[in-house]
Design a protein around this ligand. Structure first.
Ligand SMILES: [Zn+2]
Length: 259
């Protein structure tokens, strides 16, 4: 067997392990702890995790979702982040194979997973992720199969669009609508998908964000249209969909409308 055909296996394992690391980043951003210290521990009782309690996904299943020491439930966010990270790493491996592209997209997807779960929790897209992310995405356009000018145009158009939306929203409603975090995130995502990718990315973000809002409102009656749902995770999801399927979607769309 060649390494190339086996690559999805180590890619999946790397994705799961990185998911554990993203969990640490998310948790410690929310609690203000350092990323390096202290070692992984139960947030309930402080029980320090041994190596076998720290295996991505498997430990959660073995421990049946409870801390070994205090039996407190472990948040389902942990296995969820690990699963998403693992699946995305696997899909990237299947699409790009081993190489620099896989590595670069892994870096950006890691930033997007971490920022998305922080946004879900506290409605903040950390500048410490989105701003370096935007710079790196512009730099990566010189390596990735995207023309650098398309990436720069994508960043400017994407962020510009959300900046104008926010400006219009403020004038009409006289309140803050979209956060400035979404504008900074769009700098990064626009650079990743290029200006040609923006229609598909924003379409899927709006569609999935709307669907999620409707499901949320149905489950929590009385929350109404004022219920804030963070938009950042959906913008990120739209970009991920475009990176995997953008060309196929464009081909299908143009093919179906060519007569
Ligand atoms: Zn505990």
């Amino acid at each position: 067997m060649e390494f190339e055909s086996l690559f999805p296996v180590p890619a999946l394992i790397a994705g799961l392990c990185l998911g554990s690391f993203y969990n640490v980043c998310i948790h410690r951003y929310l609690t203000g702890q350092s990323i390096v210290l202290p070692g992984s521990h139960c947030p309930g009782c402080g029980h320090v995790l041994s190596w076998w309690e720290n295996i991505p996904l498997l430990s959660y299943i073995m421990l049946r979702g409870r801390c070994r020491s205090c039996r407190q439930g472990i948040s389902t966010v942990y296995p969820l982040v690990e699963s998403i990270s693992g699946i995305l790493a696997l899909l990237l491996a299947l699409k790009f194979g081993p190489g620099l592209e896989w590595l670069i997209y892994m870096l950006f997807f890691g930033m997007l997973i971490t920022a998305s779960f922080i946004d879900f929790k506290i409605f903040i897209l950390p500048d410490i992720i989105t701003l370096p992310g935007a710079g790196l995405a512009l730099a990566a356009s010189f390596i990735l199969p995207i023309f650098w000018l398309d990436a720069f145009m994508g960043a400017l158009l994407g962020a510009g669009l959300f900046w104008s939306l926010q400006w219009a929203y403020r004038i009409i409603k006289k309140i803050e609508g979209l956060g400035t975090g979404d504008i900074k995130l769009m700098l990064m995502l626009g650079a990743l998908v290029g200006w040609q990718g923006l229609p598909i990315q924003i379409f899927f973000a709006a569609l999935l964000g709307l669907a999620a809002s409707l499901i949320y409102m149905k489950r929590k009656p009385g929350s109404g249209m004022q219920t804030p749902i963070p938009f950042g995770p959906f913008l990120a999801l739209g970009a991920v969909i475009y990176i995997f399927a953008g060309e196929a979607i464009w081909a299908w769309y143009l093919g179906g409308h060519s007569f």
